[in-house]
Design a binder for this molecule. Structure first.
Ligand SMILES: [Zn+2]
Length: 166
């Protein structure tokens, strides 16, 4: 799932959690809960996109993840600028730590994918297992493009919610 969606959800969830450490934990926990919902990236649409885009044919998964990840990073940067400028509560320690907690799992996963640090292998495996828990159980995931669309809609809804609760 896009870290931008995780961050927006954590912003809402940690608004009324005054303790930054607790907010951080809620951020981390919310990441794992949201990841279980099928959202199109369990297989990264590799077969489909690998067919369409020539440059993905070699090391396709890593390239697609890098593309997806950088795009996500840019959108997250814009979301954070937007939130920090417009909503005072998002500049408080608890919300900031909540956001950090909500995106940290995916950053850890990305670091493992790139560097294979053995100490975080268990975390990588745990994250993967959790991420694909429901997808594997019901043997269904959305195609990546629908997953992205769905997440864009959810992100809009979350942003609207932030307006309403601010
Ligand atoms: Zn994740």
């Amino acid at each position: 799932m896009f870290i931008t969606v995780h961050a927006a959800a954590a912003t809402i969830l940690t608004k009324s959690i005054p303790n930054p450490f607790l907010a951080f934990l809620i951020g981390v926990l919310s990441h794992f809960v949201l990841d279980v919902i099928p959202h199109g990236d369990s297989r990264m649409g590799q077969r489909f996109w690998g067919h369409k885009l020539k440059f993905l044919q070699e090391k396709g998964e890593l390239k697609l993840m890098a593309l997806y990840g950088s795009l996500d990073g840019v959108v997250l940067a814009f979301l954070l600028m937007f939130l920090f400028r417009n909503f005072e509560f998002t500049r408080a320690d608890n919300v900031i730590w909540g956001i950090v907690g909500s995106i940290l799992p995916d950053i850890t996963v990305a670091i493992y994918k790139l560097k294979n640090f053995k100490v975080i292998k268990w975390f990588f495996n745990f994250h993967n297992k959790n991420h694909n828990l429901l997808v594997n159980k019901i043997n269904f995931d959305f195609p990546l493009q629908y997953g992205v669309l769905m997440q864009a809609i959810v992100l809009a809804a979350l942003t609207w919610t932030i307006y309403l609760i601010a």
